[in-house]
Each structure stands twice: as C-alpha cells, then as structure tokens.
Design a protein around this ligand. Sequence first.
Ligand code: M6R
Length: 366
Amino acid sequence: EKGGYEHFMLKEIHEQPNAISDTFRGRMLVDKGIIRMAGVDDNMERISNAKRIIIVACGTSWHAGLVAEYVFEEIARIPVEVEYASEFRYRNPVISENDVIIAISQSGETADTMAAIKLAKEKGAFAFGVCNVVGSSISRETHAGAYTHAGPEIGVASTKAFTTQITVLTLMALKLGKFKGTISNSDFHMYLQEMERIPDKVKTALESDAVVTKIAEIYKDAPNCLYLGRGYNFPVALEGALKLKEISYIHAEGYPAAEMKHGPIALIDEQMPVVVIATKKGHYEKVVSNIQEIKSRKGKIIGIVTQGDEEVRELADHVIEVPETIEALTPLLTTIPLQLLSYHIAVMLGKNVDQPRNLAKSVTVE
Ligand code: M6R
C-alpha cells in the first residue's frame, strides 16, 4: 500500500509530479489556449464580478490560500483576503453579496472551514470549494468548486494536497484573468506552457533528496529553526516551518524575510539554522541582503536556490537547488525540499512520521 516507500508521507511527496498533472489534465488545453473548469465556467459572471475574494482555510490549506492571494491579485486583479476559518467565523465579518468565498480543504471535513462557508452563504456570498475528497461535506455545501486530483492523502502531514491546491487555484486565477483581460494572451500562454513543465521540474526538485538528507543529518538535533521567504515564497516559509513542527517536534517559525529586523533577528546565533528561500526571480537581491544579515550574526544558512545560482552559494552554509520557473509557480518547486527536510529529520529522530502525536488527519471538531 505504501508502494515500496517506508512511509505514506514519502510516497505522497514523490507522487506530486503525477498529482499535479492529474490536477491540470483535461482542464488545461495548452494548444487551444483554454482552461476548462466547469465550476468556474458555469458561474463566470458571478465569480469574475466579485468585488473581493475571501479565502478561508486552516493549516496547510491556509498556506495554499496565501499563495493564491498573490496569484489572484497579480493575474486576475481581484482583491483577496485570506482568513483562518476559525477566526473568520467568530468575528462577525463584513460579507456582502458581491463577495466570493473560497474554502480550501483537503479533507473537505474541517469543522471551522465548514462553519465559515455556512456563515458566508447566509450573508449572500457565493461559495466555491477547493477540496480533495470527492463528495466531502465542504464540497457539498459550496455552490460550485474544483477538485484537486491528488488521490488519497494518508500521511497527517499534508504534501501533495498543498501543491495540487496551488495548481487548481492558479488555473482559476488564469481563467479569470483571461476572461477579465487582466492578463495578456502571451502571458497566459506562457503560464500554460510553464505549468505543463512543472511535473518534470518537480521530479528534478525531488532529486535534491541526497543533499537534503545530509543537511538533515547535520541539523536534526537543533532545538529551533527559522524559515524565511518573500513574495510567493513567504507562504512556503510558513509551510516549511509547519512541516518541521508537526512531524519532528522541533520548534520552527516561518517569517517574511524582511520582518527579521523587526524582532526575530534577535534569535540568531551560531546555533540557529535558517532556511532561506532565495530563488532567482522575485526579490532575489533583497533576499541576498537578508542572508548577509543572518551571516553577520553567525546563523547557519540553508539556501533554497535556482539551479546554477552562485551568489547565495558563496554566502550560505548549504544550498539546495530547484529548477528555474516563472515566479508565481516557484512555490510548487521550493516546497519540495522543505517537505523532504522535515521528513528526513523526523525519520532520523525516530518520530512517527505518518501519525504525529496529538494530530488527526481531519479536524472535524473545533
Ligand atoms: O483537510 P484540510 O485541508 O481542511 O485540513 C486543514 C489542516 O488541518 C491541515 O492542513 C493540517 O494543518 C495538516 N496536518 C498540515 O500538514
């Protein structure tokens, strides 16, 4: 059942190239330059006229929502708010009939996310679900939706659900952007072509496994770890930290790299590993200067870089390479080594990777 892998989590990490292509197959017609998503097509007026999109989710799905915020605003020019479902549902939020609420949930059963959707529907918003489990409660409660085609995710730590959620939401943003004219035809084509290359690039990113294993060996006993990223990769930093926390029980925090100087930089000394996502596109030079700040305080730097990078390699203690892609799609690649890093550390520490203590796969109570 684990397909020769030692744990479901590792199997699911390696399933990502297929999970991503299963998610865009049949939807993305690259030659024709169209994206078909019935749940969006059937409600195009309503969704494209949204004054605002509110994304509600928990945990890893909330991180996918944060990536989607950047993608939707960039491509479809619709303002997006990303909310923890548990906070949103209890604060008497301002919702109108012009709002579209997107619930992201792998299981489709998360109690807080479900309650947030019900609340938004009562106030007249249009509810759209991005779920993995077909026929799940959230997929039934929403007006329309688009499934991720990740296949069953058994490991409690979410991996392929995250990358397929980003895939679906990016397709949706592209579709809306094309309809609204907020993305040029040539950029639209470029995105489609590049999306089609992502599964192969994820395969290449998975080849970092040997390098990541060595790094895991060095830092497995660290009591703390920081994860930094900017732009599209800020949510990836949060996700990397969550993965490490939940399966290895090492305290980890993710931050937008520029927030360092507003507090967390005080934590940095020669004991502190800092994972910095520093891919070539998107604020690269700014991230390099953040790395310099860490280095001058003797922090240990693990850089997630674009293949062939030299500048960060000079400064960092270790680098992990991922293939180059367009900025908005980098999270699909930079996430991979972070999943592997948490996996290997947890295995080395003898933790129960697939069923970490205190956690359940779906959180059906609030
Ligand atoms: O099924 P959902 O996507 O609604 O679940 C949300 C969170 O409970 C989930 O992502 C959780 O944070 C994972 N264990 C993270 O790996």
